[in-house]
Write a protein that binds this ligand. Structure first.
Ligand code: ATP
Ligand code: MG
Length: 334
């Protein structure tokens, strides 16, 4: 994968910093994310609640401001164009073509009083103004069939679809304009296990047939194991580890990654639905840790080590294609 990655990079994120304003001053929800995505690659973003995953996903879409956040610095480049530097109109055009998103809760992204088909048609015509109504309807029906929703459902309201069907329709919206990168925030979290497995299978088929890249935000290491090529682990807004999926599972080099893996239910019995269980201690919120490593209060290997309290560990390459932000990464055991 990484050999291909160098040749066919579609997206590049550099030093992205995203903040919310709060009464106590700026809250840095994403603190310096940097990564590349290759064509056809799947990147998983994992971390506990509040670690900044959704904020990062929104910023990658150019939607930070729309969700009340502000991009302080950094760049998000698609095919060499810095999306964050574009005026908002051009950004919108790029967004449909290059990125589309399937949201955590599809009910909030479908308008409840419009039929599923009319929303699909609107998406199609927003990017292809030449398409007639009849053509858009035809394409909407084809798209629904492609994601496993009967074409007749084109005339139904969102509430008339089951959760799984609605999720499929959401994916149809996401792929309507042949995006090169899909960003999906917790796409299967709200679904029951059987439906989750079907949706993951659908993602796999669509990625294989379209060659789109996928950035998937998830709490769930079962999803990671089934779908993901590379994993970005977030803690308190920071990237603490970035590596291919095998390294993450077999040779994690950050104690937080190792703790997440230990806290997950046994994979063989729960694949597809294992959730991240609690790691002892509360996760640090963004900006709560002023100096040193944000994970140190919950870390099993930092005890009594001054450097962890004084120096924020930089994210450095610790193995082939594997980055870790831990002073003592050599001591991490899976
Ligand atoms: N609109 C907002 N205004 C102020 N702070 C926010 C806002 N949205 C999120 N935050 C804060 O930013 C941090 C990151 O939130 P974010 O939603 O990105 O986390 P997450 O990793 O997606 O969590 P979850 O797994 O629960 O979805 C949290 O501390 C959160 O409280
Ligand atoms: Mg979230």
């Amino acid at each position: 994968m990484s050999v291909v990655a160098a040749a066919t990079e579609v997206m590049r994120v550099r030093d992205l910093v995203v903040e919310y304003s709060s009464r106590d001053g700026p809250l840095r929800a994403v603190d310096g994310a940097s990564f590349e995505l290759a064509a056809g690659e799947t990147l998983g973003i994992v971390g506990e609640s509040g670690s900044g995953k959704t904020t990062l996903a929104m910023a990658l879409m150019g939607l930070a401001e729309a969700s009340g956040a502000k991009v302080r610095s950094g760049s998000v480049t698609f095919d060499g164009v810095d999306m964050l530097a574009l005026p908002s109109r051009r950004r919108r055009g790029l967004r449909g073509k290059v990125v589309a998103m399937s949201f955590q809760d599809p009910m909030t992204s479908f308008n409840p009083v419009w039929t599923v088909g009319s929303q699909l048609m609107e998406t199609i015509r927003a990017h292809d103004r030449q398409a007639t109504r009849a053509e858009a309807l035809d394409r909407a029906r084809n798209l629904l069939e492609r994601v496993g929703v009967p074409a007749e459902h084109v005339g139904l309201l969102p509430e008339q679809l089951s959760g799984g069907m609605l999720q499929r329709a959401m994916i149809a919206v996401a792929i309507a304009n042949q995006p090169r990168v899909i960003i999906a925030d917790e796409p299967v979290t709200a679904l029951d296990v059987t439906v989750q497995a079907q949706i993951l299978q659908l993602f796999r088929e669509l990625l294989a047939s379209t060659g789109a890249g996928l950035i998937i935000v998830t709490h769930d290491f079962g999803v990671v194991a089934e779908l993901v090529d590379r994993v970005l682990v977030m803690y308190a807004g920071k990237t603490v580890e970035l590596a291919d999926v095998n390294s993450i599972f077999h040779t994690p080099h950050h104690p937080y990654t190792a703790a997440l893996l230990r806290s997950r239910p046994k994979l063989e019995v729960t694949i597809g639905r294992s959730r991240l269980a609690a790691i002892p201690g509360a996760p640090a919120g963004p900006g709560e840790v002023s100096a040193g490593c944000p994970f140190r209060s919950r870390c099993q290997i930092s005890h009594g080590r001054d450097i962890c309290a004084t120096d924020d560990p930089p994210l450095v390459e610790v193995g082939k294609g594997q980055l870790s932000a831990c002073h003592f990464w050599k001591e991490v055991t899976p």
